[in-house]
Design a protein around this ligand. Structure first.
Ligand SMILES: Cc1cc2nc3c(=O)[nH]c(=O)nc-3n(C[C@H](O)[C@H](O)[C@H](O)COP(=O)(O)OP(=O)(O)OC[C@H]3O[C@@H](n4cnc5c(N)ncnc54)[C@H](O)[C@@H]3O)c2cc1C
Length: 388
């Protein structure tokens, strides 16, 4: 009988740099015994997969256990003419484009769409974001979302909320989008269209039913809090497991799975602590925990701290005094429930809040701590100092 080994499908661009098919055992030293096969995997049975290589050849492999880590891909909304348009780009393709589009239309006002709107507005493109929701980033704190919207519009980004795109057609050297809004139909010309209408997990292509693995309605692999799938020998991690689509989640999922094989298996998606994230706007928007609205919905009695970024000395040193910091505290215990920082260097500051939340340190720890000067994080003294 063939010897079986654990197999991982996917795994974030760890293939050979030249993308060579069948260059299987490359760089053994770096991977210490791990063979990396650069091909596309799909299940043939519970313990069997087929790997198909770029040159059309394929091979079958068997394993006792499988770890799915195949990520996600952009969702292409069913808009007439979009797929055929020579001016439509995914985020990856737009980054590879060498010429700056004078007019950029972005389909989708989610995190990726907004990041690109911010970058391309800074580069000098005329950016229009088309979003079918009426509300701007509805999952974020309403006050902080307003501050983000002000910053984008001040840089010339046009936000078309509540607008549906009916069709796209190429005309000469540009694309024409037909929008439907409450005011009726209108046309918008663009030199490039970024399709940023969300990402879908790469689950379906793996032929998972052959292995007894169930998918959710959105095509993610169904997992429990230990990231176990419906098949006892298969786990899923990262974007394909249907949770938050952030880089820090994928390696943390590994921290949940590894102890099930080699440790006490106690870490789960429920007890791993807070997951902060950042939307890399200019300045970045970083968040951890609950918004004020969410805390109120959960019946917390809250205290709310606010600080304009313009009140932070370091923000002036950086010449980036735009934005707003907001934190929500449980009035009964003094524990931090959440924080939303739209300011320069917020991507690092938010990790301090996460640490306090996980360690159950009261907000006074940040209010009264001695922080290095001049830094953005010293503003936490002032932010929490505003609370009575
Ligand atoms: C434009 C953009 C900006 C982003 N910015 C941020 C950010 O600032 N911060 C952040 O935290 N996150 C960001 N993200 C999200 C982040 O990139 C993902 O959450 C993260 O890469 C997911 O990691 P993963 O390990 O699940 O999958 P991936 O890193 O996507 O790796 C999956 C791998 O599996 C391979 N694969 C897929 N199907 C198969 C198959 N059938 N057989 C074999 N291999 C397969 C894929 O080719 C890929 O190499 C961004 C995403 C995008 C698109």
């Amino acid at each position: 009988m063939k010897k079986r080994r654990p197999l991982s499908c996917g795994g974030g661009g760890k293939g050979p740099p030249d993308g060579h098919a069948r260059q299987k055992n490359y760089d053994k030293a770096a991977f210490s015994g791990v063979a990396v096969l650069t091909g596309t995997a799909a299940f043939l049975g519970e313990h069997r997969i087929r790997v198909t290589y770029g040159d059309g050849s394929s091979e079958e492999l068997t394993a006792d256990r499988f770890f799915l880590n195949t990520g996600s891909r952009p969702f292409l909304p069913p808009i007439a003419g979009l797929k055929e348009s020579a001016f439509a780009y995914t985020s990856e393709a737009l980054m590879a484009r060498r010429v700056l589009p004078r007019r950029l239309a972005i389909i989708g006002g989610g995190y990726i769409g907004l990041e690109f709107s911010s970058h391309f507005a800074n580069f000098g493109s005329q950016v229009t974001v088309i979003q079918d929701w009426e509300q701007f980033i509805p999952r974020e704190d309403a006050e902080v979302a307003r501050s983000v919207l002000e910053s984008l519009t001040a840089r010339g980004v046009q936000m078309r909320m509540g607008a549906a795109i009916q069709s796209v057609r190429d005309e000469g050297d540009c694309a024409v989008l037909t929008l439907r809004t409450t005011a009726g139909a209108e046309e918008l010309e663009a030199d490039a269209i970024l399709v940023a209408a969300g990402r879908r997990p790469n689950g379906k292509e793996l032929n998972l039913p052959a292995a007894g693995v169930e998918l959710t309605d959105r095509g993610a692999v169904k997992v429990d809090e230990h990231l176990r799938t419906s098949a006892p020998h298969i786990w899923a991690m990262g974007d394909v497991a249907g949770g938050l689509q952030f880089t820090c989640i994928s390696p943390d999922d590994f921290r949940i799975i590894k102890p099930q094989l080699l440790g006490d298996g106690r870490r789960t998606t429920q007890n791993r602590g807070e997951a902060p994230y950042t939307v890399f706007l200019d300045p970045p928007l970083s968040r951890v925990g609950l918004s004020e609205q969410e805390a109120l919905e959960r019946r917390y009695e809250v205290k709310v701290a606010r600080l304009p970024a313009g009140a932070i000395p370091k923000a002036h040193v950086l010449r980036r005094p735009t934005g707003l910091l907001k934190a929500v505290v449980d009035a009964r215990t003094g524990l931090i429930l959440g924080a939303h920082f739209f300011c320069a260097e917020s991507q690092g500051m938010i990790n301090l809040i996460k640490l306090c939340m996980d360690a159950k340190l009261p907000y006074a720890t940040l209010r009264d701590g001695i922080f290095n000067h001049p830094t953005m994080s010293e503003a936490l003294n002032d932010l929490f100092g505003a609370l009575k």
